[in-house]
Each structure stands twice: as C-alpha cells, then as structure tokens.
Write a protein of this length. Structure first.
Length: 570
C-alpha cells in the first residue's frame, strides 16, 4: 500500500490527466454522443503511458478506466451507487492491464499499430470475462454514426474499434512529433516526415470507411407494428401489480386493431411486443394467456410476444422467451434468451453471495439459458430474435443472421433504467448491428426507446420514453450476408493475437537490455533528438567518466603499494 501511495504521489499530474481522458471517452457515448472525443481520449491515453514502466502504465490505466466506467455506467445508480463504483472498478482493471501493455510496447517500432491491436485485445478479454463478459463501453459503440461505422460490414465491431484506436494512436504520434519539433534546436527532415506520415495515416484510416459499400437493397418488405405499452413506474419496481404491463400492451394492440378496422391504419403483417410484455407466464396463468389471445385475434396477424415462462423441467428456474402467437394456432415457436445477465437475471454463487449481499435476494429465481438462435417464422417474415443485452455480444446477432434471419428484432426492457441514458446506449448498438449484418433492426421496449433502424444504420422511427405508442413501418427484408458475417470472429482473433505478440516482443527486447545486449532498432525508428535527453546523456557520460577516473586512480595507488618494499609504507 505504501508503494502504491508513493506511486500515486509521483504520478499525480499524469493521474489527473488520465482521469480527464477517461471522462472524455465516456462523453463520446450516448446520451452525449460526441464520438470525436473517443479519438482524443485514445490519443491522450497513448501519450500518457508512452515510455512509462509497466507498473506506471497500469496505474494510469486504472486512473483512466475507473472514471470512464463510473460516468458511462452511472445509469446503474438506480440499483445503487456502490454498484456503479464497484462494477466500474472491476472493469477499470482491464484498462489497467491495457495501460501496462501500452507502456511496454510504446518502445517498439511502429508503436501506434501495436497500441491499436491492444485495444482490441482488451475488449476481447472484457467481452468474455468474467461470467460471459460485459461488452459495454467498446470503442465501436461510441462510433455508430461516424466515418468508421461502415467498417463494421467488413469485420464487425472489432474492426471498428481497431480503426478508432489506430487513428487515436496515430494522432498521438503526430502530437509527439510536433512537440519534438517545437523543442528541438535543429529540426530534421526525418522528424518532419515522421510526423506528416503519422497524420496522413490517421486521415487515411478515418477515410477508409467511406470506401466501404453498405448494402441496403431489400429483397422484399413486410408491414410491421411495434407496440410500446408503457409501464406503471420506472425503476427497480417497474412491474407494479401483476398483469398491469400485459394489459397495457393488450390495450395498445386492441386500439391498433380498431384503427385498422376503421381504415385509419394499414393492417400490419405482424406485430412485435417487447421483452417482458407479459409479466405472468401465459402457459401457467390462463388469464394471461386469454388476454394475449384476445389481442392477437383482434389484430388478426401473428404477434411476437415477450414473456417470462417457468422452465418446464427445472424447478425454480425461469426462461426469458419470445413467443410467436398466431391468431388461429395460438402459441407456437419460441426463442429463449441465451445469455442471461449475471447478478441481474441469475446470481452466481447464490448460496454464498446472497448471505453477504442481501440485495441479491431481489433476484428470486435464476434465468435458464437457451441453446439455439432466435430465428422465428413470424407470419411472412423470418425474423431473428435477440433479447436485450444480447445485442452487445458479437456472436449472438451474427449466428442469428447466419442461420437465416432476414431482419433482427431486439426485444428489450429498459424500464429499470428509464431516463438515465442507458436506453440510448443500447439503441446505438442496434445501429451498429444493422450495418454489420446488412439487416434492418427493430428495437421493441415496453417503456422505450422502441425504434426501427434501416440496414444502413439510420433510425427511421423511434418513440419517446414512458409513453404508450405504436410504430408502424415497412420493414426491409434481406438475404445477402456481409463479409463480417462470412469471416465471423477471425478479424478479432487475428488483431488480438498480434497485440499479444507485440507484448512478447517488448518483453524479449526488455530482457536484452537488462542483460546488457543492445537491442537493434529497426532503421529509421530511433527517437528524434531531444535537447533535454541530450543533456541527460551528457551528465550521465560525465558521471561515468568520473567513476572511471576514480577507479583508475584507485588501481594506480594499489599498484604503487605493491611495488614498494616492506617497511616503506607512508
């Protein structure tokens, strides 16, 4: 602890700058949504960690990551500010690791490239660990309306993150060269050239997205209606009394059916309800099933219903399902959420943790995960159902599209986090997935934000929060898949492996230096001359010369003593 405090005092100015950079990165995400700040934050973090030790880099990474996640995840304050601070700290540890490896690889040639790879590597780990990972806060999700967005059609979210990080690190290299030009007495053509090359490379990476075609042509269309029934109250107790939310969605659907009957609205081909639209198991509670059946028969088309259903064989478990409810056949095909949220939909180590953290008792039953993708034939459309936070994980939407989904539906329930910015953060994920997979994406939420996103990532329609509303739209259906769907996770693995190899190279070069063997830098990669560094080298040389002179004098005296006869010691 004493060493940690001493490190904090020595690094105080850099620590403050790192914290400011972390806050800037958080502001790049919705609801603020200033995506250029993601480039500024990456560049600042790269400069702050450059040339530092691994320990110093880790400290700066934590100083950067902890404030970043506190601001980004402040919507969790409805559960408790201790949850915000605690989860932010755990996620900040990944940024601490990133800071350490950025520091050690900053001495390598072409260091901006390795830094960008390490950003992808950090997200690779954070998306998977622990308990299936937590992908919130990826650089790609801050750039769903930027020049980098079209790159998602080539390599998914990891390629977007790589491009954003590479642009930021190249801007850092440009700033470093500019600083050296300002400080040097004699400006060299090589320094000018290096700085200009880094700036041009950054511009080229940013412009690359404009060259990527984003396919949007529809094979055909289907008329949909998205029902947002609203909830009784926001927050942890949004459910209110039983069947209140279900009745809200039934009422909104009955009103839609009446408008269709009167000729005021075109009849849809299918209707989409959100996650948890039925707050009671319709198979266990007949009154819930009857209400759904009444609404479906009134509109006369299939309805995708979100409901919580008791597990048929495992007592005490519940399933989060999307159910295709037909006006003639009743309940049909279902999709069960594959990735329940830890501590939200299930409690790891429940018996041990619930005794210590009594708040976890508010999750009375664990959700049981599904084992297949959500491709459902809903009337005339083959839709891919993705439930809530699953839209943040790359593999679930990708597998759903590759299994034949012609459009994606994100059934979600953000009522707990209404008016906190969380629904906006989740909505931009739908925008990125639309471009990544070349599919229209429908987001359906009981309290908002419900929206229809076109295959090019533009929001066609959206609702306001905590209002009862119905969106009707012609939804484009597509069969062609993107390059990102074909290559799958390969780009992420390749980039992450390159990042790991750069760390190995830095470790090998570091051992050579410690062993006294000079590491041979690549031609043209030495740092530009710096008067301050030159002064330090001169002082070090003088000290070495002084030590050498003193050693020579000592050796001479010893030789003289040995040459004198005994008894003549003076």
């Amino acid at each position: 602890m004493r060493r940690l405090l001493a490190l904090g005092r020595r690094e105080a100015p850099r620590t403050a700058l790192a914290a400011l950079a972390g806050v800037a990165l958080a502001l790049a995400f919705p609801p603020t949504g200033l995506w250029p700040l993601s480039l500024v934050a990456v560049a600042a973090f790269s400069l702050l960690t450059r040339g530092r030790s691994a320990r110093q880099g880790a400290w700066l990474g934590l100083a950067f990551g902890w404030p970043f996640f506190i601001v980004l995840l402040k919507w969790l304050h409805v559960v408790g500010w201790d949850v915000v601070v605690g989860l932010a700290f755990l996620q900040g540890l990944f940024l601490a690791l990133l800071g350490a490896v950025l520091a050690v690889t900053s001495r390598l040639p072409v260091w901006p490239l390795w830094g960008a790879c390490l950003w992808v590597c950090e997200e690779f780990l954070r998306d998977r660990l622990p308990f299936g990972g937590f992908p919130w806060g990826r650089l790609a999700f801050a750039n769903t309306g930027s020049p980098f967005t079209p790159l998602a059609a080539l390599g998914g979210a990891p390629l977007v993150t790589f491009a954003v990080a590479l642009t930021g690190t190249l801007l850092a290299a440009t700033a470093l060269m500019a600083w050296r030009l300002r400080a040097e007495a004699a400006r060299t053509a090589r320094t000018y050239g290096t700085g200009l090359a880094a700036l041009l490379a950054a511009a080229a990476v940013m412009a690359a997205g404009y060259a990527v075609p984003v396919p949007t042509k529809a094979a055909d269309n289907v008329r949909i209606a998205v029902v947002q029934g609203n909830v009784q109250q926001p927050g942890m107790d949004f459910l209110g009394r039983p069947m209140k939310i279900l009745n809200n969605h039934v009422k909104a659907t009955l009103d839609l059916a009446e408008r269709v009957k009167q000729g005021k609205e075109q009849k849809p081909d299918l209707v989409i309800w959100p996650e948890n639209a039925s707050d009671l198991d319709p198979f266990k509670w007949p009154e819930a099933g009857d209400r759904i059946d009444k609404a479906v028969k009134a509109i006369g088309v299939p309805v995708l219903v979100g409901a919580l259903v008791d597990h048929p064989t495992k007592k005490g478990y519940v399933e989060n399902q999307g159910i295709v409810w037909d006006p003639k056949k009743g309940a049909g095909a279902t999709y069960t959420k594959q990735h329940p949220v830890p501590f939200g939909e299930y409690v790891p180590f429940r018996d041990q943790l619930s005794k210590v953290i009594t708040r976890l008792q508010r999750v009375p039953r664990d959700f049981y995960p599904g084992d297949h993708t959500g491709v459902l034939q809903t009337g005339p459309a083959r839709l891919g159902d993705v439930i809530c936070f699953e839209v943040a994980y790359d593999e679930i939407p990708r597998d759903t599209v590759n299994d034949g989904a012609r459009a994606l539906v994100v059934q979600t329930n953000n009522a707990t986090y209404g008016n906190t910015g969380q629904p906006e953060q989740q909505l931009v994920m739908s925008k990125l997935r639309a471009v990544e997979h070349g599919r229209a994406v429908v987001t359906a939420a009981p309290s908002g934000i419900s929206a229809v996103v076109a295959p090019d990532g533009t929001i066609q329609q959206r609702t306001e929060e905590f209002t009862q509303d119905v969106i009707t739209s012609d939804l484009p259906l597509r069969d062609e898949i993107t390059l990102a769907d074909r290559v799958g996770a390969a780009p992420e693995w390749v980039i992450a492996i390159v990042g790991v190899l750069s760390c190995a190279a830095a470790w090998i070069l570091g051992r050579r230096r410690r062993d006294g063997r000079p590491a041979q830098p690549a031609p043209g990669t030495q740092d530009a001359p710096n008067p301050q560094n030159a002064g330090k080298k001169q002082v070090a040389g003088e000290q070495e010369q002084t030590r050498g002179t003193g050693q020579t004098r000592t050796t001479t005296r010893q030789q003289e003593r040995q040459a004198r006869p005994e008894g003549h010691e003076q």
